[in-house]
Design a protein around this ligand. Sequence first.
Ligand SMILES: NC(=O)c1ccc[n+]([C@@H]2O[C@H](COP(=O)([O-])OP(=O)(O)OC[C@H]3O[C@@H](n4cnc5c(N)ncnc54)[C@H](O)[C@@H]3O)[C@@H](O)[C@H]2O)c1
Length: 409
Amino acid sequence: MNPNPNPNPEREYDLCIIGGAGHVGLPLALVFARAGQRVHIFDLNEAAMATIRNGTMPFIEYGAEPLLASALGDGRLDLSSDPKNIARAATVVVAVGTPVDEYLNPKLRALLDLFTNIRPHLDPEQTIVIRSTVFPRTCRQVARLLARDGGSWHVAYCPERIAQGYAIRELDELPQIVSGCSREAVKRATALFSLIAPHVIELEVEEAELAKLFTNAWRYVQFAAANQFYMIAQGIGVDFNRVRKAMVDGYGRAASLPSAGFAAGPCLLKDTMQLAAFNASAFSLGHAAMAINEGLPHFLVEGLKRRHKLDEIKVGILGMAFKADIDDIRDSLSYKLGKVLRFHGADVYYSDEFARDPTFITKEELVARCDVAIVGVPHSAYRTLVIPECIEVVDLWGVIQTSAPAPVG
Ligand SMILES: NC(=O)c1ccc[n+]([C@@H]2O[C@H](COP(=O)([O-])OP(=O)(O)OC[C@H]3O[C@@H](n4cnc5c(N)ncnc54)[C@H](O)[C@@H]3O)[C@@H](O)[C@H]2O)c1
């Protein structure tokens, strides 16, 4: 039997999740509500909260809607933008965004300012859990900020590691990394995450901060390796997908080589750059990965320029989300590709299976209208899309079964 994670059961809420209407906060809120916790979501996004109150997810998260219906129905979940509710919770989880700025420097103040603003609604009896991905040593700064007028505060750092879209399944399956600025914080965070996780892994705070950043930087570097291999193979007219398939077939040591494709979204580049900034910009592997991954759209456009006059063709991009089968377009490289193509004079059309935009056309319209179709993200629906041979297809993932082999160069 787990110890009770709520040291103050008389409080109205077991948990308040700040940023709880977001991609990390909302699935976490639902999984804790399913585990019997009384959860309050505090967020500033009124539109998203209205959608959630109506029982609809504001974004695709597979398996979430039944949990939302049951949490709302049982009264285990409510939402507001009133910070007074933060004081009514025994544990306060922070899951707001932690972006980098336009020069790729971490916006360190954002999280500290948040804590300064909500501090009047916090007290030392609460457990404070930071769930956002942070610049190393941020959690101890938060603990110092909270304790500057005295008091023994309990700040834990428990980084989120889910793959967006699959959080409900993964929160059940993934071990949780738990750390804290005091022994009591670790004890309480362990009790809390033991309610939902198969097991917890205890680390020191700085170890946990690095574990999260290393995980994302590692993934980003792996994608860069695949993308560099793709460009080398493509340069001599070799199909990288055939090479990769042979490499991984029955050969475990190569099995972690991903497919080539756009490495995008709100986390991987951002966290690689946070790590680089923390290491005084001495992270040449991370910077090389950025140059490769961010250079891939340019590589594709250069290839097209060798085969076409770009100002005479129509190019369609299939997939504007940052990854397959979700609707999130944040930091998607499909938009960068579109921008570069337009810069060179091409007439460009966008399409997506999940993301909504009145300027998008359907995949069928795109095929009917364009001379070239580029797969921006491998949504499952593209596996059955029939594209006539007269249309050139650029398909890094090899999802379009009916197309002629990818052109050379
Ligand atoms: N998206 C992922 O798959 C993922 C996975 C692991 C970790 N992370 C990390 O989790 C954190 C959150 O990412 P996300 O994708 O959920 O971001 P998000 O933008 O989807 O969600 C953040 C939420 O915080 C709210 N918010 C912002 N400022 C606020 C404030 N001052 N008070 C209350 N609410 C506020 C926003 O309205 C939004 O609903 C980031 O640090 C990110 O790096 C994200």
